[in-house]
Design a protein around this ligand. Structure first.
Ligand code: FAD
Length: 400
């Protein structure tokens, strides 16, 4: 049984074709370009986003009636994995765009779909979720960006931070606290905000050495007007909707970490077979074989856990603990495992000739997006009694 067979067995034929097409796209020129731009300290060229859109992948999960593929969650994961073998950041950033299109297609109003959806599918209107703020990302309930009602719409004031593709997006699905009207705790709404740089909106690039392909940015709003139709989730519903999408995204990030680690291990094993030291291939030195064996062991365990979490999400289960466990474990395996692979190759592993430094720098950031490791442990801890607790002893029944 192959490494991804458990996932692929869940896919109908046309979804397997999508995964194969994504694999073909990522091979060759794109893969080489990802490595070359990383080595120059630049993001990959945005022209590839438009090629990805033309190949239909920004509409991966958009319903067919709107021009998408209506693909399943597991298909989305497999497509992202094929790209994450070449670059974790590119896979993360492209999926972020398609996820925004999916949300607008599935939950947007007619007006929102008319204004945005075709542009989101063609790549003309790139969109990202904008939740985090400079004051903190884990504690979303404490966000301070405000939305004040005015004639015909809303005025937004505040700063959103760490926004993926923030340097190039033309729309943000933004969380803000509505001033007046809603009771505290029920006052967070989301807005689909068209973005044109100008007097009331600007962006500030966040420089992330080694991980430019995320194109991270602050988005700064100072009394920025958005029309009435841009309200996406009303106050009281937005935080819950955002957290539901974050939960699935955790499994998705975990799946990409697995793919990036597998690619690193393949590179290291390949090197250890062809490189000789002390009269034999590196891999035939027990110390080296055991180091890489340990990576393979944790990688396989992460893959099995991620598959279980993915299957649960696909089946519609909340899978709160599983999603958090999958992300926490897969990220830990990636951070440790890719580093082990890099080290196992000697100096060349860290050089521009190999992809290990790219994967190491990019997966490092997987530990933050969609829940930090501490927040994931918090979530798992809260689910312990539900997931693993014994059934309560019923009154009056003697224990055997
Ligand atoms: C590559 C990348 C892409 C991203 N893309 C987006 C995006 O597109 N849109 C978006 O909105 N955001 C995005 N983010 C932001 C991301 O969601 C946040 O980084 C994340 O939520 C953590 O927030 P923070 O960085 O502000 O850390 P903080 O919330 O300030 O946390 C700092 C540290 O304190 C720990 N901590 C916090 N609370 C507790 C607690 N109760 N107990 C123990 N420890 C705690 C955290 O685990 C962390 O280690 C992205 C981040 C990265 C790195």
């Amino acid at each position: 049984m192959g490494f991804y067979d458990l996932y692929d067995a869940m896919l109908p034929g046309e979804e397997q074709d999508l995964v194969a097409a994504a694999g073909d796209f990522c091979q060759g020129e794109f893969s080489a370009h990802l490595l070359e731009s990383h080595n120059k300290g630049q993001p990959y060229d945005a022209v590839w986003i438009h090629k990805w859109a033309r190949a239909g992948f920004l509409g991966l999960q958009t319903p067919r009636e709107f021009g998408g593929h209506d693909a399943s969650f597991v298909c989305k994961i497999r497509v992202a994995q094929t790209m994450a073998e070449h670059s974790f950041a590119a896979a993360f950033a492209l999926n972020n765009l398609q996820g925004s299109a999916t949300r607008v297609a599935r939950s947007g109003s007619d007006k929102q779909r008319d204004a945005l959806l075709q542009g989101m599918l063609s790549g003309a209107i790139l969109c990202a979720p904008a939740m985090s703020e400079p004051g903190g990302g884990s504690d979303l309930g404490a966000l301070t960006t405000s939305a004040r009602r005015v004639d015909g719409g809303w005025l937004l004031t505040g700063t959103k931070s760490w926004i993926t593709n923030g340097q190039i997006i033309r729309c943000a699905n933004l969380l803000a606290r509505v001033i007046g009207g809603a009771q505290a705790g029920q006052d967070i709404a989301s807005f689909l905000v068209p973005l044109e740089d100008g007097a009331t909106f600007r962006r500030e690039e966040i420089h992330m050495p080694g991980a430019q392909s995320f194109r991270l940015s602050h988005l700064i709003f100072e009394g920025h007007f958005v029309p009435e139709w841009s309200l996406f989730n009303p106050p009281g519903e937005a935080l819950k909707a955002s957290m539901a999408s974050v939960n699935a995204a955790r499994v998705h990030v975990a799946a990409m970490c697995v793919a990036s680690t597998r690619a690193a291990l393949r590179e290291a094993v390949d090197h250890a077979q062809s490189r000789h030291a002390f009269g034999k291939p590196l891999i035939r030195h027990q110390g080296m074989a055991w180091e890489l064996a340990e990576v393979s062991l944790r990688l396989e365990a992460a893959n099995a856990l991620v598959w279980r979490a993915a299957a649960a999400i696909q089946a519609g289960a909340p899978a709160l603990a599983l999603a958090a466990q999958a992300k926490k474990f897969a990220v830990d395996v990636a951070l440790w495992g890719i580093d082990q692979c890099l080290r196992a190759m000697g100096a060349t592993g860290a050089s521009a000739a190999h992809r290990l430094a790219l994967q190491s720098a990019e997966t490092r950031l997987a530990a933050f997006g969609d829940g930090t490791s501490e927040m994931l442990l918090e979530r798992i801890g809260k689910e312990l009694a539900k997931e693993y607790g014994l059934p309560p002893i019923q009154q009056g029944k003697a224990s055997a």
